[in-house]
Design a protein around this ligand. Sequence first.
Ligand code: ZN
Length: 406
Amino acid sequence: MRWLVLGFLVAVYVFETVVAILNQKHSRKPIPKNVIGVYDKKRYNKWLAYSLEGHRFNLIQQGFSLIVLFILLLGPFAILARWVSTWVTHAILQSLIFLGIYQTFMVCLGIPFGLYRTFSIEERYGFNRTTKTIFIRDAVVSYVVTLAVGGLLLGGIHALSLRFVDNLWMFAFVTWAILAVIMVLTVAFIGKWLMRLFNKFTPLPEGELRTRIEELGSALGFNVKAIFVMDASKRSTKSNAAFAGIGKTREVILFDTLLERMSDDEILAVLAHELGHAVHKDTWRLLARQIAVMALYAVGIGLILQTPGFFTAFGFPGVHFGFGFILFSILLEPISLLLGIPLNMLSRQDEYNADAFASEQTDARWMISALKALSRENLVNLNPHPLSVRLYYSHPPMSDRIGALL
Ligand SMILES: [Zn+2]
């Protein structure tokens, strides 16, 4: 059992490394014709250097995390659990303290990597606008939120597993139902609230752009008050637009960096793309798919918690919820990689449909020029490896999106 889990861990790392290397090699091949003009020569060379550096850095960071986790599995996890149990008797508290210590340890190990990525790599390529103060504030806020939200969630699931200790299906069903409700609430409210913890949102200012957006929005029955500008520029120069909320709580978020760099025509096309997602009810369908996947995960946690062999193999006297959750996250990795293939395919299809909608409502030329501008500002890979696209891409590669609009 022990070598099975460790084997899984290493196999996933090796597989993902091979895909990353293939992807890196592929990006050096001649780029597709319809995106040739996106970067000028100088900027393209800059992109190649940026992507190679990011690629190497990722491999080092992931390799490092793998080694740490591997070592922890071989003994320290069991020792930590035993130590916690000497001074805490409550089973749920034991799990939470165990996971809290693990999480804190991993966050601390990740800090130097985060610092280097932001203040060295992103800085040198001119993306970074984060100050040390914002970096520290972000790290502290996300650490506290993770501990609070994770603690509540895992404490709740642990309580359920104790309540339905010999009824796997009842446990899986109740856990799934609760997670599904939380997911709906997250999409509708909590996600928006979390984004506001990190950023300032202001309504889109009056002016010609707003008037044009209002005209487009009202033609589609969309409340334009729900369009906000987010101060993304305080962290990064990268730009984007996104949709948050669902049904009546939905809102469009435009990064201020997008407003700085795009023409009104291009912004209108991007907005029409987002409205296309709303009209096609993509958020609802995405949510339904995620809730279906959640059912599988609930059964997975239940199965692990009912297999004492998983725990004794790693030096635990019996089932330990906290460690069970770590095992779950290791075994989940290959499963979510596989599930990602159909899920990302559906998501890429939604993107094509939203692009088509935007070009019908505005102008295909504006949409294409907006896509090119987004690629250029964010330095995206114009030539990803097809395997990488299949596994990870929720959005189609730029040249495919442009090709579909021509
Ligand atoms: Zn989209």
